[in-house]
Design a protein around this ligand. Structure first.
Ligand code: HAM
Length: 437
């Protein structure tokens, strides 16, 4: 890692004080106000995953570097530039996972998941790490949700199911205007023929290609199709397209995927130059785009060769993954904010040590009744505690002073209208319940 940036010093001022430390570049805190949105995404993932019979899997954040170097491909940006490498004291080279798919393939073989009914359908959600230049929608720590189907024949129906899982999740979250961009990059055989034509086209235009693409065409030719440079875009405009080079089997496979997508009414757009940034794909590749956003909110494809590349065996597989931060960005832009789960509606105010002690067990009585009660035990004055109750937007404040503890009673204060009533402590839970109905 070239830059040294474990904790960036910043001159940023927070409430008049200089903030010495910031979170690491490209990595973000998820604050309480955003938690309901994240929770909504997690819940929807679980819901869709379980409905389509995907089983939950979690894999470690740290993996051996070599599985990604092999699996994703040495010439890919992720491997070449974006891995967070960790050297252990014992000299092992590990990485913070840059994606899940390769790790899941490892787990499939490590735990003999071929013993499960095939195909095994797995879903996951968690943080991934890529050392990229942060910008809108691009972070160094981000989160992915994914659906993987491993161990089936290369049947196009599973390609559709991998898309379906992610697409139905997008629908459940009510993201509008999402389309699937889809293409087929064929198998090793037909891709080789296409790459020759592509190389010839770019070599013919060598004078006009950018510096990076000159290297790409030599090392990893398909990558030239991802180049955003204006001159390279012009060259791409009349570059050959891979669909013209697919062999009969790959063509039939792609046609079937599209037919199945029609069957479940998923809108798609054939994007002849979509190739994706990871080497393990074959045949179907796809990405999800939301209207008004120029980055993909998700992507995936078939990866029948990954297991062989990792020297694990032969296994057909296909999957999809969504970027959670990007999904949440689109969700926020759609103007459907998820109401933050309100803080407790009940706030306990204590006055004096006896009341503080009794307050502790009183909260336990509410817990048994399944009701949340907030407090500010560290504060002593009535005024400052009521101020916190106000910030919390509590409906009721329960005021317990020395006198009330002695008399076994408590005051219920309606925070909106300001009325107060004294009730026996033994009846407080039911009195509160009655008022919150
Ligand atoms: P990917 O396209 O590299 O595919 O990542 C999937 C999604 O993760 C992207 O579409 C995007 O939403 C999000 N993402 C990627 N990089 C960043 C970043 N730096 N910041 C924020 N979000 C990001 C994969 O990772 C494959 N494993 C997908 C797959 C699953 N293929 C088969 N199965």
């Amino acid at each position: 890692m070239a830059e040294k940036e474990t904790a960036q010093k910043s001159e940023k001022k927070v409430r008049g004080k200089k903030m010495a430390y910031q979170s690491v570049k490209g990595m973000h805190d998820t604050l309480p106000e955003d938690q309901p949105l994240w929770e909504k995404v997690r819940l929807a993932t679980r819901h869709i995953g379980e409905f389509y019979n995907f089983l939950r899997i979690d894999t470690p954040i740290l993996e051996s570097a070599d599985i990604f170097e092999r699996g994703l491909g040495e010439g890919t940006d992720v491997v070449e530039k974006e891995m967070f490498v960790v050297k252990t004291k014992g000299g092992d080279k590990l990485v913070l996972r840059p994606e899940f798919t390769t790790a899941i393939m490892r787990a499939y073989y490590q735990h003999g998941l071929s013993q499960y009914g095939q195909p095994v359908k797995l879903y996951y959600e968690g943080p991934v790490f890529r050392y990229e230049q942060p910008q809108a929608g691009r972070f160094r720590q981000f989160h992915q949700i994914g659906f993987e189907i491993l161990g089936a024949e290369s049947d196009p129906i599973y390609d559709t199911q991998a898309i379906l899982g992610a697409y139905r999740l997008i629908e459940e979250l009510k993201l509008k205007g999402v389309t699937v961009h889809i293409n087929s990059i064929g198998c090793h055989k037909c891709r080789a023929a296409y790459i020759k034509k592509l190389e010839a086209h770019y070599k013919k235009n060598a004078q006009k290609t950018c510096k990076e693409c000159k290297i790409r065409i030599a090392n990893n030719p398909l990558r030239v199709l991802d180049c955003k440079d204006e001159k390279c875009q012009l060259i791409k405009a009349d570059a050959p397209i891979i669909l013209d080079y697919l062999d009969t089997e790959c063509k039939t496979h792609f046609k079937k995927v599209l037919e199945y997508l029609d069957e479940v009414k998923i809108p798609y757009h054939i994007d002849s130059y979509l190739v994706r940034g990871l080497d393990y794909y074959n045949r179907t590749v796809f990405e999800f785009f939301a209207e008004g956003f120029d980055y993909a909110i998700g992507g995936g494809g078939r990866y029948d060769y990954l297991s062989e590349t990792l020297k694990l065996g032969k296994l057909s597989a296909v999957g999809s993954a969504l970027g959670v931060e990007r999904v949440i960005e689109v969700l926020k832009a759609s103007g459907r904010p998820v109401a933050a789960k309100g803080a407790s509606k009940v706030f306990l105010v204590h006055m004096g040590d006896e009341a503080k002690k009794r307050g502790l067990s009183l909260i336990e009585e509410f817990r048994k009744a399944g009701m949340r009660v907030n407090e500010s035990f560290g504060k002593d004055s009535l005024k400052s505690q009521l101020r916190v109750a106000d910030k919390d937007q509590a409906h009721l404040a329960l005021i317990l002073g020395q006198k009330e503890v002695f008399e076994e009673s408590i005051i219920i204060r309606d925070m909106e209208i300001g009325t107060q009533e004294n009730v026996p402590l033994t009846r407080i839970v039911e009195e509160v319940k009655k008022r919150l109905k």
